[in-house]
Design a protein around this ligand. Structure first.
Ligand SMILES: [Mg+2]
Length: 275
């Protein structure tokens, strides 16, 4: 049994984690707030395996699966273009001529959009609620943080125009106001590290007073680096219940202080942090 916050299933990975006071909270979007893009991995990974097989490589699809899954998940949290840059490199390594990363990214987007657009339509038609397309109780959690004086920030590796639309649909835009940051065409102008540095420099809030929430490697690693409290959200995107053990392992590797499945036990977490 993992060591948990009493009365909860929130796992304490690092009992010496920063316990506040906190002034800012940084949220990843997909998998941490939104489930609109759930199972994106099941679109990206097979697409990449398919592309690598076309190089004529002698590797089995199982071998390719392992290679692809590893780099895709290691880069999870960065902008999508980085995963596609790695794909192009993998194609080249296998002696074939790769497309431009942006072409791979567009191909991936078209495939994923078939599924995402259906979920968006369901909400717009009233067949599905916004809450059901979110990690459970995330709205209440963000409201609790705002009530306690924290300023929330959103930073996503998905393209900004989609994040803005999807945040609106899921009714979280008002929480973040102008603090919604995401991938730009000029990919060098955005990174989660840049957003954290921006918070520190523009507001004077020290790194140790930032809480970060994320289901990806990158945001957890970056929050950990500045000495903030890194909360790994090992959300199970399909069932909205319990921990995704695969994410849990990677979040712990990245430096997560705490691991939780969703925000259902958030009030107890806040008590534990002496909020
Ligand atoms: Mg994510």
């Amino acid at each position: 049994m993992p060591n948990c916050i009493p009365g909860t299933s929130i796992e304490i990975v690092n009992s010496n984690c920063p316990k506040g006071p906190f002034q800012a909270a940084l949220f990843d979007f997909d998998g941490t707030i939104s489930l609109l893009r759930q199972s994106w991995q099941d679109v990206m990974i097979p697409m990449m395996i398919d592309i690598l097989q076309q190089t004529g490589t002698s590797e089995s699809s199982e071998q390719l699966h392992e290679i692809v899954e590893n780099f895709v998940m290691k880069l999870n949290g960065k902008q999508t273009i980085y995963q596609m840059m790695q794909l192009a490199e993998e194609v080249q390594t296998r002696g074939a001529a790769p497309l431009e990363p942006i072409d791979y990214k567009n191909q991936y987007h078209d495939l994923l959009w078939k599924e995402v657009s259906q979920r968006i339509e369901q909400i717009k038609q009233g067949q599905q609620t916004a809450a059901n397309m979110c990690v459970p109780q995330v709205h209440v959690a963000i409201e609790c943080l705002i009530e306690r004086g924290l300023v929330p920030y959103l930073a996503s590796g998905t393209d900004l125009k989609y994040v803005q639309d999807e945040a609106q649909l899921l009714q979280v835009t008002d929480y973040f106001g102008t603090h919604i940051y995401a991938a730009l065409d000029d990919y060098k102008r955005f990174s989660k590290q840049m957003i954290i540095q921006k918070i520190i420099q523009e507001t004077g809030v020290p790194g140790a007073q930032i809480i970060g929430f994320g289901d990806g490697y990158v945001e957890i690693e970056e929050i950990h680096k500045v000495g903030g409290l890194a909360i790994g959200v090992a959300s199970n995107e399909e069932t909205r219940e319990g921990i995704n053990t695969w994410k849990r392992t990677r979040l712990i590797d990245a430096g997560a202080d705490l691991i939780m499945a969703d925000y259902r036990e958030f009030p107890t977490l806040l008590n534990w942090l002496n909020f």
